[in-house]
Design a protein around this ligand. Structure first.
Ligand code: BES
Ligand code: MN
Ligand code: ZN
Length: 499
């Protein structure tokens, strides 16, 4: 993660490797934003050169220009904000992120973007940090250095001595670190990140949080899961040589004003099991643990921010593999608490491990339970790869949408039509794990609803947005995106009354 400093110096005097300025799209060609510090003849020349080079100011357009010694920085970087001449927070977040992302391999970057008030400054800081990410675990030193994220970020703002601004930047650093850590877990290869390895990493992360930290971690292994009646986790995990785990990470501040439970799907690889998936694209199923990763790092971030809310995360970890010990279509399993499920398709495994996690979470009587999962391909059919879905109790669903809006993530409310429950009727058990062909995301949500009782609840389906298989954009890299962390944290902060 880059270091962040604030400065009120004139951008012309900043001797960074690159100085970033916003450029907007207009009928009259590209327009520089907040660039009054440049002499007007330089601005005019710059715009004319930029136009000639094809710069338009479109979103995700990042272009380097030589400074010819006119300013102290080595290169001037134009980052597009689209048609808006007064860009909103998320537009700025993306423009700042696109710039730092494109500037990987550069040491120091100064950002002279519109950052006059705390909200805009926060957006610039968050975007810059979120964009400064690369995953190089499996690359050699040379390739890693080339892709190295920007090391230092200097933001031009009049708010250098403003207390709220400083606090906002400190928060942005915690949030971005949590998002980066979530991406790292999603990007890890599944031969390295199997359930027990994930649990060990969670333990190490909790230890890193420090001795005085109010975070406790408990890991249930295969034996403990069988003994505890967690039939979803054991059923899904039994086909793999690497057994399932249920990890509980609990942050308990001294005087909590609320109690939130988070449940995350942690399928470290989803082959589909005996109902095996087609070979094409199966590699992306290493990302089927993105929900659990987001939960782990949301809990740790809440602790780091010392929020006055008790937050317990439940990581439902298993590997879904076909083998001689794997569960079969027509197996009947018993979820913790006693409900039976007929497994008609072993590829609908997420809802089985999540059912166990939800029951365990609800046993502790939280005020609200939020689950987050790469649950259905149908989510992507409905909303594409950049918009996540949220279902659940009307009020909690609304709370998630509001939190997401503030955080700059896209979550769209979806219904839980009761009539779809009939499609999950089983000839032999309480419920089957698949339902009608149409509305697959909603059936999955209705399935989970069976296990939350009367606890206020929302279900976040992040199947598409959690893993970016196309090109990078804004502050979003290729691979793991870390989606969900910012929304969950914003919701916890709202419950804390902090924001
Ligand atoms: N992990 C998948 C869902 C998924 C698909 C996530 C694509 C991200 C990208 C889930 O376990 C799954 O396989 N769901 C099935 C359910 C079906 C068998 C009812 C699906 O969506 O096809
Ligand atoms: Mn599956
Ligand atoms: Zn899955």
């Amino acid at each position: 993660m880059p270091t962040v400093t604030l400065t009120s110096k004139s951008p012309a005097q900043l001797s960074a490797d690159a100085l970033v300025v916003a450029v907007a799209q207009s009928d009259a060609g590209p327009q520089l934003l907040d660039a009054d510090w440049l002499p007007s003849e330089v601005r005019t020349e710059l715009i004319s050169v930029a136009s000639t080079l094809g710069v338009t100011g479109a979103v995700d357009e990042v272009r380097k220009l030589p400074t010819a010694g006119r300013i102290a920085a080595k290169v001037l970087v134009l980052t597009g904000v689209g048609p808006a001449t007064a860009p909103d927070a998320e537009t700025l977040r993306r423009a700042a992120g696109a710039a730092t992302r494109e500037l990987a391999g550069t040491q120091s970057v100064a950002l002279a973007l519109p950052a006059e008030d705390v909200a805009h400054l926060t957006a610039v800081a968050e975007g810059a940090l979120l964009g400064a990410y690369s995953y190089t675990r499996y690359r050699d030193a040379e390739a890693s250095a080339k892709a190295a994220p920007v090391a230092s970020v200097e933001i031009v703002t009049p708010l250098v001595r403003d207390k709220a601004a400083k606090a906002a930047v400190a928060r942005a650093e915690v949030v971005a670190a949590a998002v980066h850590a979530t991406r790292d877990l999603v990007n890890a290869a599944p031969n390295d990140l199997y359930p027990a390895a994930f649990a060990d990493l969670a333990k190490a992360a909790v230890k890193d949080a420090g001795r005085g930290s109010a975070v406790k971690i408990t890991v249930l292994d295969d034996k403990a899961l069988i003994a505890g009646g967690y039939g979803g986790l054991t059923g899904v995990g039994q086909g793999s040589a690497r057994g399932p785990r249920l990890v509980k990470v609990a942050y308990s501040p001294s005087r909590p004003v609320a109690k939130v439970a988070l449940v995350g799907k942690g399928i470290t690889f989803d082959s589909g099991g005996i109902s095996i998936k087609p070979a094409a694209g199966m590699d992306a199923m290493k990302s089927d643990m993105a929900g659990a990763a987001a939960v782990l790092h949301t809990v740790l971030a809440a602790a780091q921010l010392e929020l006055p809310v008790a937050v317990t995360g439940w990581l439902c970890l298993a590997e879904n593999m076909p083998s001689g010990t794997a569960q079969r279509p027509s197996d009947v399993i018993t979820i913790r608490g006693g409900k039976t499920v007929e497994v008609l398709n072993t590829d609908a495994e997420g809802r089985l491990v999540m059912a166990d996690g939800l029951v365990a979470a609800v046993e502790e009587k939280p005020d609200v339970v939020l689950d987050i999962a790469t649950l259905t391909g149908a989510q992507m059919v409905a909303l594409g790869t950049r918009v996540s879905a949220v279902m659940g109790s009307d009020d909690v669903r609304g709370e998630v949408v509001t939190a997401a809006e503030g955080a700059g993530e896209l979550f769209w409310p979806m219904p839980l039509p009761a009539d779809l429950r009939a499609g999950m009727k089983s000839k032999v058990a309480d419920i089957a794990n698949i339902g009608d062909r149409f509305g697959g995301m909603l059936s999955a949500g209705l399935f989970l609803q069976e296990f939350v009782g009367s606890t206020p609840w929302a279900h976040l389906d992040i199947a598409g947005p959690s893993f970016n298989e196309k090109g990078a954009h804004g502050y979003t890299p290729v691979g793991g995106t870390g989606v969900g962390v910012r929304t969950l944290l914003a919701l916890i902060e709202a419950r804390a009354g902090a924001r």
